[in-house]
Design a protein around this ligand. Structure first.
Ligand code: ADP
Ligand code: ZN
Length: 436
């Protein structure tokens, strides 16, 4: 049974998929050639016409596009269609420098919506579901991105946007929300607030959470699943590649299908930028094949992942990428040792006493870097015998040392004491000069 018109695209064999990719790539190259930025770049490598792309491998000739390229061409340098053809813009949530802006034509939006509908179906959502979208609506793609796919699927959509947790809980409770879309850090906050509200979880109908927009470990996913008694599915996207629904987990939860009819995937060595084989971890580089107003070719996402070899039990042919293991630019160098925040999160999530929020601080003490892990813990832990508290600190310190080769200072805080963000969590505060 065909559930929606584009379903067959998810089951194309490799040859048909690559033929479609090439066809779509040519169209995107034609759009790119209409911008001064890309026409110069493409002409520089001998591509003057879409038909100069004779095979997908020709993509390799094209230089990478970076966030700086998008900033340098701000605001309209990468617009490939007449302004009148644009029906929406989004901008990345980056906190520093000029935003990176993306434009969509009506057709671009409809192609993106098809991907979001498909992603929702892959997680088992359907028209009977009540979908509460707790991602911020606005320039950030998270909210509006999934909204239209959910409507197209016929879900009952509650566009609650981010924040105002009391109202979120009331809406969830009163309207029988079955699916929520939120950042993983917000899911934990939501849970602690439900507990505080005194409403029993049994009065909620939520079955699924679609979690994304920020890195999180498998242990954090499982924590969310256990706390709520639900399934949580990983959702990956970035505004440069439209927004949510670049890659999404299916019901099997074994990595995210990256929708290859809409995006060309490359994984490259994070330093040498040379191609890596399936299974090897490197930087994800993506080419958008379906957006014509803002074509973006070979975009360096800075996200680290790998292609999961083999096929998925669901039969979808789009290859899967593993959960993001961090970003090339979130790596901390502490006294010369490389540390990814995700390594710290993995350790924290394995500690049963850990609460719902944590923060990583880096400070300078004289010439040395100091790493401080701040963690909310259950109130009982803080009132327990201080010997137990010290033992727990030591246990956490040892586990962190084993994982990151550094023994950080560990601080415990009461629940609700550490700052909570409405959008993406700010997990790392680097007081040596940079704020992440
Ligand atoms: P930015 O945060 O760069 O301003 P976006 O709001 O488009 O712009 O965020 C995209 C970034 O968010 C991705 O490049 C990635 O680092 C992160 N991200 C999105 N979804 C996930 C996910 N499921 N897991 C890990 N990281 C994610
Ligand atoms: Zn699958």
């Amino acid at each position: 049974m065909i559930l929606y018109e584009q379903e067959e695209l998810e089951y194309l064999d490799r040859r048909a998929l690559e033929a479609l990719q090439l066809l779509r790539l040519k169209k995107v190259i034609a759009c790119a050639l209409a911008t001064p930025f890309y026409s110069e770049r493409l002409n520089g490598v001998g591509i003057k016409h879409p038909e100069d792309m004779s095979c997908l491998e020709d993509l390799q000739k094209i230089p990478f596009t970076t966030k700086d390229d998008l900033r340098d061409t701000y605001p309209f340098g990468l617009l490939a269609v007449d302004k009148e053809a644009v029906v929406r813009m989004h901008a990345s949530s980056g906190t520093t420098g000029k935003p990176t802006v993306i434009y969509y034509s009506r057709e671009d939006l409809s192609r993106w919506t098809q991907l979001t509908t498909r992603s929702l179906i892959a997680t088992g959502c359907g028209p009977k579901d009540v979908f509460q979208n707790m991602m911020t609506y606005g320039l950030f793609t998270g909210g509006l991105g999934l909204h239209y796919g959910a409507e197209d699927l016929g879900m009952f959509v509650i566009p609650s946007s981010g924040g105002n947790t009391k109202r979120q809980i009331q809406l969830m409770h009163d309207f029988g929300t079955t699916v929520v879309h939120a950042t993983p850090s917000y899911m934990l906050h939501l849970h602690s607030q439900i507990v505080e509200s005194g409403l029993p979880l049994s009065e909620f109908k939520v079955k699924k959470a679609l979690i994304g927009a920020e890195p999180h470990s498998e242990d954090l996913r499982q924590k969310i699943e256990t706390l709520f008694g639900i399934d949580a599915y990983n959702s990956y996207g970035l505004s440069e590649m439209n927004g949510p629904s670049v890659a999404f987990e299916c019901i099997h939860k074994k990595g995210m299908h990256l929708w290859e009819d809409a995006y060309c995937i490359e994984i490259v060595d994070r330093n040498k930028l040379t191609p890596l084989a399936d299974g090897e971890v490197g930087e994800l580089v993506l080419t958008n094949l379906i957006r014509h107003a803002s074509p973006i070719l070979r975009y360096r996402t800075k996200d680290l992942t790998r292609i999961i070899p083999g096929s998925c039990d669901c039969g979808r042919t789009a290859r899967r990428v593993d959960r993001m293991m961090g970003r090339t630019d979130d790596m901390l160098i502490i006294n010369g040792v490389n540390v990814f925040p995700s390594q710290i999160e993995e350790v924290i999530m394995k500690i049963p006493e850990a609460g719902n929020n944590y923060r990583i601080l880096v400070r300078k003490k004289g010439t040395l870097d100091v790493l401080i892990v701040q963690l909310e813990v259950a109130p009982a832990v803080l009132t327990d015998d201080t010997r137990d508290l010290y033992a727990l600190k030591a246990r956490l310190g040892d586990a962190l040392k084993a994982s990151i080769s550094i023994n950080p200072a560990v601080e415990f805080h009461e629940p609700g004491q550490l700052p909570v963000q409405e959008g993406k969590a700010i997990r790392v505060v680097d007081e040596r000069g940079n704020l992440y």
